[in-house]
Ligand binder design. Structure first.
Ligand code: CA
Length: 180
């Protein structure tokens, strides 16, 4: 079958700096905040740029900006950091002298000050938090009976075929695309 021509812009928490941040003023430990965000929205917030930080800060309005975000230590490499939605940290915005892993128990990251800078802290601390809500394309055109478009992770993007249907595609493949 001749394949893909166009598209797609299925943003995921891994791929982009898109989505709307929501500040949740309800104190929880990091893992409970993660569950809450995944149930109510998409995930704990992530940012990949200064503009992402600015948008996240606006979500808290004038209130105290401190709150968990989706960054945590990579369990396979404790000097590395990963986002809750997947993917390693490529942009960083640490406070001065952070991360300091104080008492060797600071595995999760929170917004610490009005500049949106980060601090590592113990995940058992109860804090407000930031969720991100990512709106994926509402229209769907998966072929009937195609049930495996959720997994595995390397096929989490969709591409449009000449037949007008979607098929699973590795997100790292280079294809033409259109924006909507
Ligand atoms: Ca710290």
């Amino acid at each position: 079958m001749e394949r893909t021509i166009l598209l797609l812009v299925l943003s995921t928490a891994v791929e982009g700096d898109t989505g709307k941040h929501i500040f949740v003023p309800e104190k929880m430990i990091w893992s409970d905040a993660q569950i809450y965000c995944r149930n109510q929205y998409t995930d704990l917030s992530y940012v990949r740029s200064q503009s992402g930080v600015d948008r996240l800060r606006k979500a808290a309005g004038e209130s105290n900006p401190q709150g968990w975000i989706g960054l945590h230590r990579d369990l396979n490499n404790l000097t590395g950091w990963k986002w809750s939605g997947g993917g390693h940290m490529t942009y960083q915005n640490w406070c001065q002298e952070q991360p300091d892993n104080h008492r060797n128990i600071e595995t999760s990251v929170n917004i610490f000050n009005e500049n949106g800078e980060w601090n590592d802290d113990a995940e058992t601390q109860q804090k407000d938090f930031y969720c991100i809500n990512i709106t994926v394309v509402e229209y769907e055109a998966w072929p009937q009976g195609d049930q495996d478009h959720q997994c595995p992770i390397y096929k989490r993007c969709g591409a449009l075929t000449k037949e007008g249907l979607w098929e699973n595609w590795d997100c790292k493949e280079k294809l033409n695309f259109i924006c909507i």
